[in-house]
Design a protein around this ligand. Structure first.
Ligand SMILES: Cc1ncc(COP(=O)(O)O)c(C=O)c1O
Length: 457
């Protein structure tokens, strides 16, 4: 196992380093130490200088300092490696894919790349919204019979990027609700847009965000009767980090709730292909959803495209603002202004993903990670832990009642050299849990589970 599997979060790690109120030499030394250890790829580190510009820091970014999760994990992992340089560290933390992209998909990308060296095959800027063939293939593969058409689909460089573009679309004057715990990009992008108040340390929440608590008591579905009305509702199913999947009945309640309140749901279905029961794979399976929802998704966790970068967002033409203007028209404007289209090579890969051979190859990759998930679930079950998720998602949500997530994270790292993710990093509702990711080579997952058994037997 390579001990270098942490870099995906590092782009934001640099912002964590720079995100401190005042840049100090301790942070500087820490970043250098991490660099020397070969663990952390930092982008440019500023030299201390007496000169400052006259530009004030964006005060919304300054609010973020409390909220960085993966950079903090990277920092702790770096410190651990300095302490135990020979440790065989296994990362089941960040949630990055590890298995090779199936050949049928990379061959298509290679072919497109080679064609770019020919007069006939060369192409420059493409349509910002993506190639029609791919938009049509996404519509017919993921939304067949649901009334989502090729023109409703915007092909992108990934769901995370679309989440931020959606925030630009909504602007700073909207209110938003989020599952607690949830994927950190929703809250952080909301803070950056200026939709929130300051971070409130006592409750570990940002002001002006409605945190919808999701825990075992409510089967990880929020109590909508006590949820405040907001303009936007971010909802992810299967959920990262809990692995919980909303049922058809629950999503029907959510759509009705949004309709009553006049809200827009941003539905993140980045793990939908991991669903193996009859839970909906798209919000658009729910009657009426096209009038209240946008769906964002990704090839990242299906085809190992975390580095390739390809995703999409479906904005139905039925979705209208209060004044009757179509949301899709504005999203198109945002797309054309902020984005110049996904890489043509990646789009060739996306098309190959959706061919019969590609779909079957993606199912194999997903099946492999699902076997990993089962190994992790069985391990924690055998040790007497309460375990959630893991059925329809590559994440296992393990309960350590009464304990701090960061303490458990530290205990596991110190005693087993395995990196997990502390649940509280996904919101206050994650306190007392850790997330174990099933993205890993089989031998590493087996070895990590052997170490968990030794620690908690
Ligand atoms: C719920 C969720 N949405 C979106 C993303 C990001 O997807 P992408 O790689 O397409 O940006 C992730 C990545 O972990 C995720 O967990």
């Amino acid at each position: 196992m390579s001990s270098m599997q942490l870099s995906p979060s590092i782009s934001s790690s640099s912002s964590a380093i720079f995100g401190q109120k005042s840049f100090n030499s301790r942070t500087f030394r820490a970043s250098i130490a991490l660099k020397r250890s070969g663990v952390c790829k930092c982008v440019a580190t500023p030299e201390q200088t007496a000169y400052t510009t006259k530009v004030a820091r964006n005060e919304n970014l300054a609010k973020l300092q409390a909220g960085y999760l993966f950079p903090e994990i990277a920092r702790r992992r770096g410190a651990h490696l300095l302490k135990y340089p020979d440790a065989q560290v296994i990362s089941l933390g960040i949630g990055d894919t590890t298995e090779p992209i199936p050949d049928v998909i990379t061959s298509a990308m290679a072919e497109r790349a080679r064609a770019l060296s020919t007069l006939e095959g060369y192409s420059g800027y493409g349509a910002e919204q993506g190639e029609n063939k791919l938009r049509a293939a996404i519509a017919s593969t993921f939304y067949k019979g649901l009334g989502i058409e090729e023109t409703d689909v915007f092909v992108s460089d990934g769901a995370k990027c679309d989440i931020t573009r959606l925030q630009i679309l909504f602007g700073s004057n909207v209110t938003m609700a989020v599952q607690d715990p949830s994927y950190p990009a929703y809250v952080d992008s909301s803070v950056i847009m200026g939709q929130t108040g300051q971070f409130q340390k006592d409750v570990e929440k940002f002001g002006n965000i409605e945190y919808m608590r999701c825990n075992p008591e409510n089967r990880f579905f929020p109590d909508l009767s006590s949820t405040a009305k907001t303009d936007i509702i971010f909802f992810c199913s299967p959920n990262n980090p809990t692995g919980a999947t909303a049922t058809r009945e629950q999503l029907t309640q959510l759509v009705q709730f949004a309709k009553r309140n006049g809200s827009i749901i941003v539905y993140d279905s980045a793990y939908a292909m991991y669903i193996s029961d009859d839970s909906p794979r798209s919000i658009f399976e729910i009657p009426g959803a096209k009038e209240v929802a946008i769906e964002t998704s990704s090839f990242s966790k299906y085809a190992g495209f975390t580095g390739v970068r390809l995703g999409w967002t479906a904005v139905p033409k039925e979705l209208l603002y209060s004044g009757g203007f179509p949301v899709a028209k504005d999203f198109n404007r945002i797309f054309c202004t902020c984005f110049n289209g996904a890489s043509n090579i990646c789009q060739a890969g996306g098309l190959a993903c959706l061919s019969p051979e590609g779909l079957s190859a993606m199912q194999d990759v997903i099946g492999f990670y699902k076997e990993n998930t089962q190994i992790i679930v069985d391990t924690f079950n055998s040790l007497g832990f309460k375990v959630y998720g893991g059925k329809n998602a590559p994440y296992v949500w393990v309960h350590f009642p009464g304990r701090s997530s960061w303490d458990v994270f530290a205990e596991i790292l110190e005693k087993t050299h395995v990196v997990t993710t502390p649940g509280s990093g996904f919101g206050p509702g994650g306190e007392g849990f850790i997330r174990v990711s099933a993205f890993g080579h089989r031998e590493n997952v087996l070895e990590a589970c052997r170490r968990f058994k030794q620690l908690y037997k």
